[in-house]
Design a protein around this ligand. Structure first.
Ligand code: SF4
Length: 330
């Protein structure tokens, strides 16, 4: 397979096959070929988003030991990191959301663990919505939902959701891959935009698995796709598998961009880094409170980045930051 031909095809907006994506993922991350893929992904991302990247900001309504036991998650019961539940009061949630709004986040994500009571989530969401500017984009990051619940999210003022079929879903997680896919359909049917990602990537994932997941995310025309590496939670079973480095993650971010149709404007990566941005990532996340990749109960004291830190990384990578509500969720 000729790299020049593949890049020409991607540049013309043609869809790449799974085998072609595998080829792009197979070149060494620090090779000229890989840097050419990153450059082309950066060019496409900049063309689609007018050179403006976005910063979305997430906080969690609760911190709890979760029985779904996704092995990569610090909330998973099996990992034993958190044993006590902490739930934000409505006024605390509003303070978090207002903080992000004031800092200019383009969208605010409200997250819970999978077993958080849905009715309570709706009540909390209504309280948050009431306190936000009407133009502020609110996004839900919750567990699998029926169509009826998806409609309730829409009615509560959410523009969209984040939902992903994770790599090795059903074997590395206690969730059903079918239900994950069904939920994505339910959200879209309810009129919610769905952002997604190829995640959480570890060194054990093959290029074939990654390419298949890129194709899957492209198949439902998400608001954005992208790539995020698994962050090692010390002392867990998965810690032994290690972590890919930022350059490899940047390569996968770039290939994901090339694998998406042009209707998909966003390309995310997590955690934020300059290598991801130069490889075409135009979406970073800031975080507050509980975070499934952190062992600190308040990620602002741990791994979480602020809106300002994300903006600084973009600046170093030659991206401007969009001001105003997210364009990916419109
Ligand atoms: S990723 Fe979500 S569902 Fe899985 S263990 Fe963590 S909180 Fe539970």
């Amino acid at each position: 397979m000729n790299m020049h031909d593949l890049l020409k095809k991607a540049s013309a907006g043609e869809s790449l096959s799974q085998i072609e994506l595998v080829h792009l993922l197979s070149v060494p991350p620090d090779s000229c070929d890989s840097y050419s893929v990153m450059a082309e992904a950066n060019r496409i991302s900049k063309e689609l988003s007018g050179g403006y990247a976005e910063i979305h900001a997430q906080f969690a309504l609760n911190l709890a030991s979760c029985p779904c036991n996704c092995l990569f998650c610090s909330f998973a019961q099996v990992n034993g990191v958190f044993t006590e539940e902490i739930k934000l009061l409505p006024e605390e949630a509003v303070v978090y959301a207002l903080q992000f709004e004031e800092k200019g986040a383009n969208a605010i994500f409200v997250m819970t663990t999978a077993k958080y009571a849905f009715d309570h989530f709706i009540e909390m969401s209504q309280e948050i919505r009431r306190n936000m500017k009407p133009a502020t984009t609110l996004i839900a990051n919750v567990g699998d939902q029926t169509l009826e619940n998806a409609k309730r999210l829409k009615d509560a003022g959410y523009a969209g959701v984040y939902h992903a079929l994770r790599l090795r879903e059903g074997s590395d997680t206690g969730l059903s891959p079918q239900k994950r896919k069904e939920s994505i359909r339910n959200f879209q049917e309810a009129g919610l935009y769905v952002g997604t990602c190829v995640e959480p990537i570890g060194p054990e994932h093959t290029n074939e698995e990654l390419a298949a997941m890129i194709k899957f995310t492209a198949s439902f025309n998400p608001s954005y796709s992208g790539a995020a590496r698994r962050i090692t939670i010390p002392g867990t079973r998965m810690a032994g598998l290690g972590m890919i480095n930022e350059l490899r993650m940047a390569q996968i971010v770039a290939v994901t961009r090339l694998g998406m149709p042009r209707t998909v404007m966003g390309n995310c990566t997590h955690e934020p880094c300059t290598l991801g941005a130069i490889a075409g990532a135009n979406l970073f996340w800031a975080e507050l409170g509980a975070n499934p990749r952190d062992i600190k109960a308040r990620t602002e004291e741990g791994r979480g980045d602020t809106v300002e830190q994300c903006a600084a990384l973009y600046k170093e990578s030659n991206w401007d930051v969009w001001k105003g509500p997210s364009r990916y969720y419109q």
